[in-house]
Design a binder for this molecule. Structure first.
Ligand code: URA
Length: 218
């Protein structure tokens, strides 16, 4: 990976004024980068907290994502975390809204795709239906979830749920744990020296956490 190219691209993303989402954003959220040829999680779009901090997945969903990573021996810094959309889609100051199909295509093609080309991840994990839709427009999460799929972008993806969905449907936490185990297995089967999965036993700690743990600090 050319770090210079990634820095330059990130600066371009931060300065983007190409669509209407610039109007209501506090700041652009380009995403964070882990090791090259590593794992890359792709979510939908920044929400309120992400827009405030300029970082992806820092609200409740992000806490669950961190916990899931920890469960398979990874830390946030080990992985790349991106969104298809780089600015918070909102109708007013507090309310998030689902990005439109054209916002998804416009921002994803303009920025996410270029980030992925530079990062060259060994595994892309889509979080939820909107991220999946960017890669496979007609796909439904319920049909694609828990498996790897080829995409028109020439990139393979592993499809899992958005952490916000798990926070609302805690009964499928067991399945979510299985997906992260699968992600770990895939990474271990292709590990090289640039990626290190900490040699901890899988803790499946998230199973022991109650929902309230994720709601404490925000
Ligand atoms: N949900 C997303 O899809 N992305 C974020 O960064 C935060 C919440």
């Amino acid at each position: 990976m050319s770090e210079d190219a990634l820095v330059q691209l990130t600066n371009e993303i931060k300065a983007c004024v190409a669509c209407q989402l610039k109007e209501n954003r506090t700041q652009v959220v380009p995403g964070v980068y882990g090791q090259s040829n590593g794992i890359c999680f792709v979510g939908e779009a920044p929400g309120y907290y992400e827009d405030q901090k300029g970082l992806p997945f820092v609200g409740r969903s992000g806490k669950l994502l961190d916990n899931m990573l920890e469960g398979i021996g990874l830390e946030r810094d080990d992985v790349s975390i991106l969104n298809v959309i780089k600015c918070r889609p909102t109708t007013n100051e507090r309310g998030n809204r689902t990005p439109t199909e054209s916002e998804l295509r416009f921002c994803g093609d303009r920025w996410l795709f270029k980030q992925l080309k530079l990062l060259n991840p060994r595994l892309i994990v889509t979080l939820g239906g909107i991220a999946l839709k960017f890669f496979i427009p007609k796909a439904k999460v319920t049909k694609y979830v828990g498996k790897q799929h080829n995409t028109n972008y020439g990139l393979g993806i592993f499809v899992t749920y958005h952490p916000a969905y798990i926070l609302r449907n805690y009964n499928i936490m067991e399945t979510y744990n299985e997906h992260f185990e699968e992600i770990k297995k895939t990474l271990n089967s292709t590990t090289n020296e640039t990626t290190h999965i900490h040699n901890t036993q899988s803790k499946s700690k998230s199973k022991q956490k109650s929902l309230s743990d994720f709601f404490k600090s925000d």
